[in-house]
Design a protein around this ligand. Structure first.
Ligand SMILES: [Zn+2]
Length: 267
């Protein structure tokens, strides 16, 4: 397709102040399937960026109010294309060891829907996503942007983080949870003091993906049990709106029932 068919959206990112030093950053011109949440949290000793979007436009220069003059750690909850786009822009890059290699050397990726294998597109439809348009974006970040120039930029992690470790911002402390299912090295962050959970893609309030490379139902089930056991007050997930404990439990119960009906789980 010709890129001139797409409008130019110079403000590629949209940010929303969630209160308490938390900012939600989204890419509104990315197809809903790949429109991931980027979370930015101010900390006393350093700030934390949780995930990095699709990498269509550079993040850091776009939002100087968040990043200029600040020490920011970029943490990837997992290494799917829609979560690591901007991680390479930061000096500190944290990821679970199981996905270290795919952060350092991501698969190239594409914004052209025809480049996505038919079998994968069928899985997205079956999960409940609408059919993809011709491209994964409905706008371009600047005039003359060539969709075919898109490529995920890799960068080796600077710290490997595993279950039980603490992400400490000085005034806020998060326990690292290993929550595979959506991907083998998926992590979530839980703050005991407030009940805040940053979940990545192991759960969100939209169509969960559970068939595909790296996805595993048995892993999902044990990760769900861990999530259900936490005294959660709010879940900030990798996609869609944030939600509370009742919704967390309801989403989990609905998927367990669905998997039982599909014969993917015993009992
Ligand atoms: Zn994902």
């Amino acid at each position: 397709m010709t890129d001139s068919a797409l409008p130019v959206a110079p403000d590629w990112f949209r940010q929303q102040d969630m209160g308490g030093g938390l900012t939600l950053i989204v890419e509104p011109h990315v197809d809903v399937l790949m429109r991931a949440n980027i979370w930015h949290l101010r900390g006393r000793d350093h700030d934390l960026l949780i995930d990095g979007g699709l990498g269509v436009a550079p993040l850091r220069p776009a939002l100087p109010g968040l990043f200029a003059g600040r020490d920011t750690v970029a943490l990837a909850t997992h290494t799917h294309a829609d979560h690591i786009g901007a991680i390479h822009e930061f000096e500190q890059r944290w990821v679970h060891p199981v996905e270290a290699a795919s952060l350092a050397t991501p698969r190239p990726g594409s914004l052209i829907s025809d480049d996505i294998p038919a079998e994968a597109r069928q899985r997205f439809l079956a999960a409940g996503y609408p059919p993809l348009g011709p491209a994964l974006v409905t706008a371009v970040p600047h005039a003359g942007y060539d969709l075919r120039s898109y490529a995920l930029q890799g960068a080796a992690p600077t710290r490997l983080i595993e279950a039980g470790e603490t992400v400490d911002l000085g005034d806020r402390r998060f326990r690292v949870l290993h929550v595979p299912g959506h991907s083998p090295g998926s992590i979530a962050l839980f703050e005991e003091a407030t009940g805040t959970l940053f979940a990545g893609d192991v759960i969100y309030d939209g169509p969960l993906l559970y068939r595909g490379p790296g996805m595993d139902i048995a892993d999902y089930i044990s990760s769900f049990a861990l999530l259900k056991s936490l005294p959660v007050t709010v879940v900030h997930a990798g996609h869609d709106d944030s939600f509370g404990k009742a919704r967390l439990d309801a989403i989990i119960d609905a998927y367990l029932a669905r998997w039982r009906a599909e014969g993917l789980v015993e009992g």
